[in-house]
Design a protein around this ligand. Structure first.
Ligand code: BTN
Length: 331
């Protein structure tokens, strides 16, 4: 598999590369190169052309995830926070990969990216559609000094960081749907999946999974069961996924440190600026008795405040949707 990533790297410039040259660079036979090109062609959103006298050429240049390229975009102070970064060709789920590392007693803060996930996980048991070399699938294993009981609000902080990164990259109208969905014009651009490990009274570890639709192939996008959008549609240009990855880390890592130190309160104002639900009539799924209400922001633990029958109460979990045609009740 590492060969596949190296081959992809050579071809990503959309120039011709002869079979002989590639064979030499990879230390494999020309037949093996041909087989790998065939494999890449089943995975890639853009075809690799093969012309007898010239060799192989990717129809359009694509950006390949590259650890060195990401690292050069991270200031030393941020690099110092991370003990290991890995880029995988594929894995079932980057979150699962880090949870497995945790099982093996790995300490330190780690980051993993994958070009493709075969069982990408979304919230509430959903699948996260994760085709090859198209989007961003990344997870961070983060050591916190606080216990699971104190971690409420962390997933909102992650969503704020992703939203800020999107804004820095030129995406307009980014909004957050509680607790951690990143939306533009009511279409989902990115999502966060937080999985926690630890005892109730001791420091815990967070596996923070982030999926961003960067350039979702239409065919794969057809498998998504909700309205979605990708960065390329919004910005109308090709994106370098290493730059997107680094931008997210540069926004996220300082916020993780601040959250670890002083909790969610510091982030309430940032949330308020991005809150898609604020003063909207919402439906709630997965709560015993609270079925609808008006969203009134979040409290200092990141719980959604819901006004119902004249009372405002916190909602800690559940699936929230904006009621179609429901007015914005901004009084
Ligand atoms: C959601 O909005 O439903 C959450 C989506 C989270 C997807 C990311 S992709 C990287 C990481 N690995 C996974 O299996 N899921 C998260």
């Amino acid at each position: 598999m590492p060969d596949l990533l190296t081959l992809l790297d050579y071809l990503s410039d959309s120039q011709f590369h002869s079979g002989e040259d590639l064979a030499l660079k990879l230390g494999i036979s020309r037949t093996a190169v041909w087989k790998k090109v065939r494999k890449l062609n089943t995975l890639l959103p853009v075809p690799i052309l093969s012309i007898q006298s010239k060799g192989y050429k990717m129809a359009e240049p694509i950006s390949v995830l590259d650890k060195k390229a990401i690292l050069t975009l991270l200031p030393p102070l941020i690099q110092k926070q991370v003990s290991q970064i890995d880029v995988l060709v594929e894995c079932p789920s980057t979150n699962q990969y880090l949870l497995d590392c945790l099982e093996q007693d790995q300490s330190g803060n780690r980051i993993v990216f994958a070009e493709m996930q075969t069982h990408g996980r979304g919230r509430r048991g959903r699948e996260w559609v994760s085709p090859f070399a198209s989007n961003l699938y990344m997870s961070l294993l983060w050591q916190l000094d606080i216990s699971i009981a104190e971690v409420a609000g962390l997933s909102l902080v992650v969503a704020i960081s992703v939203a800020k990164a999107m804004q820095n990259l030129g995406v307009n109208d980014v909004m957050l749907k509680w607790p951690n969905d990143i939306y533009v014009h009511n279409q989902k651009l990115a999502g966060v999946l937080l999985e926690l490990r630890g005892e109730s009274n001791s420091p815990c570890q967070a596996v923070i999974g982030i999926g961003v639709n960067v350039n979702m192939p239409m065919k794969e996008g057809g498998k998504i069961d909700q309205q979605w959008v990708d960065m390329q549609q919004l910005l109308k240009k090709q994106l370098n996924r290493n730059e997107v990855a680094a931008m997210i880390l540069n926004e996220l890592i300082p916020r993780l440190q601040q959250f670890n130190f002083s909790g969610f309160t510091d982030f309430m104002a940032q949330w308020a600026q991005l809150d898609l639900l604020l003063n909207r009539v919402i439906n709630i799924d997965g709560h015993m008795y609270l079925k609808h209400g008006i969203a009134r922001g979040v409290d200092k633990n990141g719980a959604l405040l819901v006004e119902s029958d004249g009372k405002v109460q916190p909602l800690y979990s559940g699936e929230v949707s904006i009621r179609l045609n429901g007015p914005s009740k901004g009084y």
